[in-house]
Ligand binder design. Sequence first.
Ligand code: SF4
Length: 64
Amino acid sequence: MTLKIHVDMEKCQHYGQCVFDAPTVFRLNEDDKLEYESTADDSERDNIQLAIDICPMQAIKFVE
Ligand code: SF4
């Protein structure tokens, strides 16, 4: 199963906490701006959920 992920870039402050929890999905680019994969394997679900929970801006969500 493939997970779909959305980050509200209006809310994201590019702190990068999500990067620590799910580095295969989230990364900071050379300008320290968040980039992310909009899809991920189901095996990443727990890591992405941690990122959702830790994001101080509540900017990350799963897309149903
Ligand atoms: S933790 Fe939230 S605010 Fe920080 S970079 Fe990730 S999505 Fe953006």
